[in-house]
Design a protein around this ligand. Structure first.
Ligand code: ATP
Ligand code: MG
Length: 502
């Protein structure tokens, strides 16, 4: 018999993917009514797989699921929703050109017949119950990511969800928005809703979760009350060894100026000015961190420097040479490397690991107009080994790698080329603690060896820990520039949100 407060029990869940990958090796998970349950684990540990099973997207190979006392077998997310289980998607499920209300109404009418008035009443009730401010008549694409995320939560509740699953929900948020999200989650918990929170950030687990389950390589290491474990203990449980949560960075005088950006103007996909007159210099052996909420022009800035987006006005110089109109390949040949903020952009999911590994340095592998497969294979093997990328094989399509392993591949293939200028966006996005530690150390090593790094990141701890100088971007402009010691976490958070002191 289930205890009255147990809402979900997953028993001995095994998942073997069609290609033979064993993602889960007999996992037990118990969720209680009104708790925030964090799911922690290294990249590839099986967190997303476990949750995809719970919300009906995929079927387990073996095992039992009991929801509200009933044995279930879901064939689709719709089945799971009927039992009160919903996934809060990041941004894929809202229609950007519709208003919030239209989106919610659309979702509701897919389940039942209701009038707009009744729907409006119900939505307003939910919104006020959880104390949210959501502009129902605003078009979704005009809303900040944080608000869109809250709309997703309202949508799940509107459709009757009692158990909400959030897979790395804070990765796109500012500190202020993270706090707001957590307030909402706590209120939902107090209303009796159960929340599963997947995150790599131990601090967040301590901030908001009641219990935590740690997975390692498809098995449960332990389930604990959060109040009884420290961050260091959690890290050790995840990785199976000691992890250093801070990075050592020796002081270093930067060398000569390599990259100069002068009064740069760049447009976004809609033709609006995304970068508005940005100027800065980047020197040998320094990390210039650009802090900002995603969507404030950082992506367009990085793309313009990498040469994959045209410049509207202004100039970019490399070693004194004007490269504003050079192709990406010409810039790469001069020692520039670029890691975009999205794996969907940087990788070709339908292609395999080798193909993706050599993609950004193709010309190194071309011999007499054909690609040298031996060399390509050798390069890819090295990248996979050096970065401990977990993949079924070198010929596996990249879409079958876990998020973190995709990220390691995207960074590793460029680091392996020893770039002189490295434009890197959100480098540890989705990485577990040990991989994060690894990538951060790597960036510092590159810098120590003289590489000039432009680090674009919405992770403020990362920007503060790694940067020699910090620029804050807001609404297409650099609104502050200084040394890390000039900023605190709070001050950065405010500047990123467009709040100026005084
Ligand atoms: N569709 C798939 N086909 C084959 N293997 C898969 C598939 N999806 C995931 N895997 C593999 O299953 C394992 C678990 O992956 P999963 O995505 O659940 O990990 P995760 O804990 O969510 O990792 P991350 O923190 O990187 O998101 C990994 O080895 C991954 O490569
Ligand atoms: Mg995952």
């Amino acid at each position: 018999m289930l205890g009255s407060d147990v809402v979900v029990e997953m028993r001995n869940i095994v998942k073997i993917y069609p290609d033979g990958t064993v993602a889960l090796r007999g996992v037990d998970l118990e969720l209680r009514r009104g708790e925030i349950h964090a799911l922690l684990g290294e990249n590839g540990a099986g967190k997303t797989t476990l949750m995809r099973i719970l919300y009906g997207e995929i079927k387990p190979t073996k095992g039992e699921i009991v929801v509200f006392g009933r044995r279930v077998s879901f064939s689709s997310p719709r089945d799971a929703l009927r039992m009160g289980i919903a996934m809060v998607y990041q941004h894929f499920s809202l229609v950007p050109t519709f208003t919030v209300f239209e989106n919610l109404y659309l979702a509701l009418t897919s389940l039942e017949k209701v009038s707009r008035e009744v729907a409006r009443d119900r939505i307003e009730k939910i919104v006020s119950e959880i104390g949210l401010e959501i502009p129902l008549d605003e078009v979704v694409e005009n809303l900040p990511v944080g608000v869109q995320q809250r709309v997703e939560i309202v949508k799940a509740l509107l459709l009757g969800a009692k158990i909400l699953i959030l897979d790395e929900p804070t990765s796109v948020l500012t500190p202020i928005e993270v706090e707001k999200l957590f307030e909402v989650l706590k209120r939902l918990r107090d209303m009796g809703i159960t929340i599963v929170l997947i995150t790599h950030k131990l601090r967040e687990v301590k901030m908001v979760a009641d219990r935590v389950t740690v997975l390692r390589r498809g098995r449960v290491v332990a389930t604990k009350n959060v109040s009884e474990v420290s961050e260091v203990e959690l890290a050790r449980m995840m990785v199976g060894r000691e992890v250093f949560l801070r990075i050592e960075k020796p002081p270093r005088e930067p060398g000569r100026t390599i990259l100069v950006v002068e009064d740069l103007w760049v447009q976004d996909d809609r033709g609006l000015d995304a970068v508005k007159g940005v100027s800065f210099e980047l020197r040998e052996g320094e990390i210039l961190g650009v802090a900002g909420v995603q969507g404030n022009g950082q992506r367009e800035l990085a793309e313009a420097i990498a040469g994959v987006r045209p410049v509207k006005r202004g100039r970019i110089f490399l070693d004194g040479e004007d490269i504003t109109f050079l192709s990406p390949a010409q810039r790469y040949a001069k020692g520039l490397a670029y890691v975009p903020d999205s794996r969907a952009v940087g990788l070709v999911m339908e292609m395999n690991v080798v193909e993706n590994a050599i993609m950004t340095s193709l010309r190194n592998f071309v011999r007499r107009f054909t690609i040298s497969t031996t060399q390509a294979l050798e390069f890819a093997t090295n990248v996979v080994k050096r970065f401990e990328i977990v993949t079924p094989s070198l010929r596996a399509k990249v879409k079958y790698l876990s998020g973190g392993n995709q990220q390691k591949l995207m960074i590793g293939r460029d680091v392996a080329r020893n770039p002189r200028i490295f434009i890197v966006c959100e480098p540890t996005h989705g990485l577990d603690v040990s991989a994060t530690e690894y990538v951060r150390k790597l960036l510092v090593e590159l810098r120590n060896r003289g590489c000039a790094i432009l680090l674009i990141s919405s992770d403020l701890d990362e920007v503060l820990d790694l940067s020699d100088r910090i620029a804050v971007m807001y609404s297409g402009r650099i609104v502050a520039m200084g040394r890390p010691s000039d900023f605190t976490l709070e001050k950065l958070g405010m500047l990123m949100g467009g709040i100026v002191e005084g």
